[in-house]
Design a protein around this ligand. Structure first.
Ligand code: PEP
Length: 249
């Protein structure tokens, strides 16, 4: 891990029921968690209020998506104002499932990021390459293009955490090696230094996501430019998520 405060996010995706999430919340409330870590969980929208009202204040809440602007006649969407109304301070944007399953593009994602930041909500900005892009030697090109779309849109970098999530590692059990992740994280930091500023490059947390679990987190956390994790599957298991949070090194 680098010098910034370690950041661990749990992306619950489209999982859970009132009962299963109540059990997860109680497991998290009773877990011993390192104090020097920012912890954020992203429940499905419909359970945010339940989780906010039962989860320890030690853990912040993120939404998994948001609309591009103020609410209104946008059926099925959730506005940043509504997210804030539930005391949610973060939103996950650019997740590979939204890019590749739902079809969100860089420009649309950039618009959402700009609006969220202007409304003072933090953004977990996800980037990452597909397997065929990695195999074609395009990992950096793809990540830099996605990063540039965020950089072109956002008003400031104070409330952005970048999540590098190689798509081939998400939900597949195929984690990137610590060296593979470190290589991209270092390149992202270098890109920020050259294209935004040295200050933003040194202060922005770059977290890794893709099949992180209780068994592989410690080795990944040792890497110089890995400042935390975005965790999917393993964040649905309280004790294992606690192990990942406590892997800060
Ligand atoms: C994610 O979706 O952000 C993720 C990293 O999922 P998983 O940990 O299940 O690979």
């Amino acid at each position: 891990a680098g010098s910034g405060k370690f950041f661990v996010g749990g992306n619950w995706k489209c999982n859970g029921t009132k009962d299963s999430l109540s059990k997860l919340v109680s497991d998290l409330n009773s877990a011993a968690l390192e104090s020097d870590v920012d912890i954020v969980v992203a429940p499905p929208f419909v359970y945010i209020d339940q989780v906010k009202n039962s989860l320890s204040d030690r853990i912040e809440i993120a939404a998994q998506n948001c609309w591009t602007g103020k609410g209104g006649a946008f059926t099925g969407e959730i506005s940043v104002e509504q997210i804030k109304d539930l005391d949610c301070n973060w939103v996950v944007l650019g997740h590979s499932e939204r890019r590749h399953i739902i079809g969100e593009d860089d420009q649309f994602i950039g618009k959402k990021a700009a609006y969220a930041l202007n409304q003072n909500i933090g953004v977990i900005a996800c980037i990452g390459e597909l397997l065929e892009e990695r195999e074609a030697g395009k990992t950096f090109d793809v990540c830099f293009q996605q990063l540039k779309a965020f950089a072109d849109a956002v008003p400031s970098w104070d409330k952005i955490v970048i999540a590098y999530e190689p798509v081939w590692a998400i939900g597949t059990g195929k984690v990137a090696t610590p060296e593979q992740a470190q290589e991209v994280h270092a390149a992202v930091r270098d890109w920020l230094s050259k294209n935004v500023s040295a200050d933003v490059a040194s202060k922005t947390r770059i977290i890794y996501g893709g099949s992180v679990n209780g068994g592989n987190c410690a080795e990944l956390a040792k890497q110089e430019d890995i400042d935390g994790f975005l965790v999917g599957g393993a964040s649905l298991k309280g004790p294992e998520f606690a192990t990942i949070i406590n892997s800060v090194s």
